[in-house]
Design a protein around this ligand. Structure first.
Ligand SMILES: [Zn+2]
Ligand SMILES: [Zn+2]
Length: 252
């Protein structure tokens, strides 16, 4: 499996960057996890527009789904009409997306996207991979993800304060992509639905994750400091997510 970071910034992008997005490829299967603003451009460097088997959006915050709009238009006006793009998102997500579209566009939304409800405790198959969702602690309904393939496992925290769902998703995974929105000194601010660097490290340590990649770091903060602080509570390797970065897991 190959993981490519499409967007690593939390909430709004760093200069030249993008907000949350990850591309997972195994064999001939491609799965996009989140598609924040700036991600579609980076996705199209890696795969054809029509070659994405599924897109999963963990919660309906713009920094996680903003580029669903350009994806929608690219597919809608594509000469071959490759409609029916599989899209997993929380209940009501497609209706929310439609609210800012004109009526003429809105009616095509459920045809261009084949939407499925993302919910806790269900297994979703994407090619040879299995995806499972776990509830997060965030101001809106959201899900951490656990993804397993041929000889590998990974988890993604989505946006969340430390909680049992995120920890369960990351139990003994080879790779844990965890949000670390804020530095350790911002614990009070993080309690409203995010994690500090130290909390991300603690969560990874409790879950027994074998490698930690930090993401969703707010552009106002220093990535180097955040990585160092996470290393105070987690003994394994800690890396910051950066656009274009690729990691391999398992044999595929
Ligand atoms: Zn976010
Ligand atoms: Zn959020």
């Amino acid at each position: 499996m190959r993981l490519t970071v499409l967007g690593a910034s939390g909430t709004y992008p760093r200069p030249g960057g993008a907000t949350n997005g990850f591309l997972v490829r195994e064999g001939g299967t491609s799965l996009a996890i989140e598609l924040g603003n700036g991600c579609l451009s980076n996705l199209l460097r890696e795969v054809e527009l029509t070659a994405v088997d599924a897109v999963v959006v963990t919660h309906m915050h713009v920094d996680h789904f903003g580029d669903l709009y350009p994806l929608y238009y690219a597919l809608r006006f594509h000469p071959r009409r490759p409609w029916g793009q599989r899209l997993l998102l929380p209940r009501g997500g497609l209706e929310l997306l439609g609210r800012i579209l004109g009526e003429d566009s809105r009616e095509y939304l459920p045809r261009v996207f084949a939407a499925e409800t993302l919910e806790a405790g269900r297994d979703y198959r994407v090619g040879g991979m299995t995806l499972r969702a776990y509830p997060t602690r965030h101001p809106v309904e959201g899900y951490a993800l656990r993804l397993e393939g041929d000889g590998w496992s990974m988890a993604y925290s989505s946006d969340s304060s430390p909680c049992p769902g995120v920890e369960e998703a990351a139990r003994d995974v080879d790779l844990f992509i965890c949000e670390a929105t804020l530095p350790a000194s911002y614990e009070e601010e993080a309690s409203h639905g995010h994690m500090t660097s130290r909390q991300a490290g603690e969560t990874a340590a409790r879950a027994g994750a074998r490698k930690l990649v930090l993401t969703h770091i707010w552009p106002t903060f220093d990535v180097v400091d955040i990585v160092r602080e996470a290393g105070e509570t987690y003994e394994g390797e800690v890396l910051p997510a950066r656009e274009g970065m690729t990691l391999s897991l398992g044999g595929g």
